[in-house]
Ligand binder design. Structure first.
Ligand SMILES: [Zn+2]
Length: 250
């Protein structure tokens, strides 16, 4: 049993009973936490507006080892991005990113870098409403990287030779790349130097700089491949930007 304080991002909240809500938070120090906010639905609740999705809070949380549900004792609002969510495109994009976070991040598994990456993406998207897709791409690349699923596109998977700037490479079924000398006939597409550079530059810079560097149109190929990687890892498909269960998958 322990009581801890941590910075956190409110991802979702649901009604639990007449007075209480269940809140899903991505915390800085304890990963995904699901907890009950007692009395949150009352008019004069101590939680006020701090339970809205996309709000950064300082949270006091009581977690029993034997229980999946924690108890949210206190929330102090640090910053709210709830206003940005009145833009339907922002809401659509971040609802998808939240869905992916929930799929990828195991509950109560601390991942500070994942928290900080999510927070900085939210910040960049709220300041650059026209770059939501690029922020989403940045988020997908880092989510895969931080969860250990991102292939290294800097070199050929067979001969390990680093690709030169404009060299063509072929995508394999396992999402690794091969150079022209090592390629097989069963390749799964071609990647240009520019495609690789988008993937590699996301890993070198913050989202604000990535937005200024990458054009929407140029990132389409990488974006399609990333969605396929994510679908492969999760064993699910996408439809209209939402993760859905694939046929025959249970
Ligand atoms: Zn090679």
């Amino acid at each position: 049993m322990s009581l801890f304080e941590t910075e956190a991002l409110i991802l979702r909240s649901y009604n639990l009973s007449e007075a209480d809500k269940i809140v899903l938070l991505l915390t800085e120090e304890h990963g995904l936490v699901r907890g009950v906010a007692k009395g949150a639905k009352r008019l004069k609740s101590q939680f006020g507006g701090s339970l809205e999705p996309f709000t950064i809070v300082k949270a006091s949380i009581y977690q029993k080892e034997t229980s999946e549900l924690a108890s949210i004792r206190h929330l102090e609002l640090i910053r709210s991005y709830f206003g940005s969510a009145s833009n339907p495109e922002f809401l659509h994009q971040f609802s998808y990113l939240v869905e992916m976070l929930i799929e990828f991040a195991p509950p109560n598994d601390p991942n500070e870098r994942l928290y900080r990456m999510t927070k900085v993406c939210l910040e960049s998207a709220s300041e650059n409403a026209g770059s939501l897709e690029i922020v989403g791409l940045y988020f997908e690349i880092w989510l895969l990287k931080l969860c250990g699923f991102l292939p290294d596109w800097s070199h050929c998977e067979v001969c390990r030779t680093e690709f030169s700037r404009d060299e063509r490479s072929t995508l394999q079924m396992n999402f690794n790349l091969r150079c022209d000398k090592c390629k097989q006939s069963r390749a799964d597409g071609t990647l240009t130097g520019q495609d690789r550079e988008i993937m590699l530059s996301a890993q070198r810079m913050g989202p604000a700089k990535f937005i200024r560097t990458v054009e929407n149109a140029a990132s389409k190929n990488v974006s399609v491949i990333l969605r396929r990687m994510i679908a492969h890892v999760l064993g699910r498909e996408f439809a209209n930007g939402k993760i859905v269960k694939a046929k025959g998958y249970s």
